[in-house]
Design a protein around this ligand. Sequence first.
Ligand SMILES: C[S@@+](CC[C@H](N)C(=O)[O-])C[C@H]1O[C@@H](n2cnc3c(N)ncnc32)[C@H](O)[C@@H]1O
Length: 211
Amino acid sequence: MILNTHMPMDLDEQLFHFLADYFREEDQRRGVYAVTAVGEFVPSSLAHVGQGMGNFLRRYAPHRRWLFLDAGSGDGRLVVLLALVFGLRTVGVEYDEELHRRSLQNIRRISRVHPPPHAPQILCGDFLDDALYAKHGLRFADFHVVFNYANNHTLLAEKVARDGGEGAYFLLYSPRPTGESFSGLRCVDTWELSPTASVCRGPYLQVYRKI
Ligand SMILES: C[S@@+](CC[C@H](N)C(=O)[O-])C[C@H]1O[C@@H](n2cnc3c(N)ncnc32)[C@H](O)[C@@H]1O
């Protein structure tokens, strides 16, 4: 199914544009690609992911009290988007120390102007490591939704199936639909987030649920 992403539906337009402008400037200043010790940093498109998450929340989580994990959170933009614009409780985990520092700085700066209802939390470490969550008073099983932008996603999918909470969702964002199946998870939706599907295809959001 193709979702139109010119302007993410039911987002607060003013907040969305504030974030889009903020991260556009960041991208110009710092670039949008880095190799990290465990993967690659490429930020997701706020418009695409905003549209996909809007659709996901409407369909699967209308009450929006869920705890969301961005596993491999980069510069924190997705965590901030979901905390500020959607009002979600959010946690990010990023392995790279420089990106972790940068995401804390982004959250501080943005929160000074628009404080989110629930302050996002960003942890530095490996998203597969249970001790990291425990150190911060969290358990992997607490996350209702686990998001990943195609970085070590196979191991993560296995972790959601093994250690995730009952009925936890795993959202895989990728330039192309991977069409993968993971033992213990069921693919319930695949959305194409392209603004102009006839010209450019993707990215895609695949929605899996723990069975
Ligand atoms: C493609 S970027 C996505 C950033 C962010 N989620 C977004 O959508 O803008 C993937 C990030 O995952 C991080 N990463 C990959 N494997 C990881 C792991 N096992 N633990 C923590 N971070 C990881 C990389 O360092 C990189 O910054």
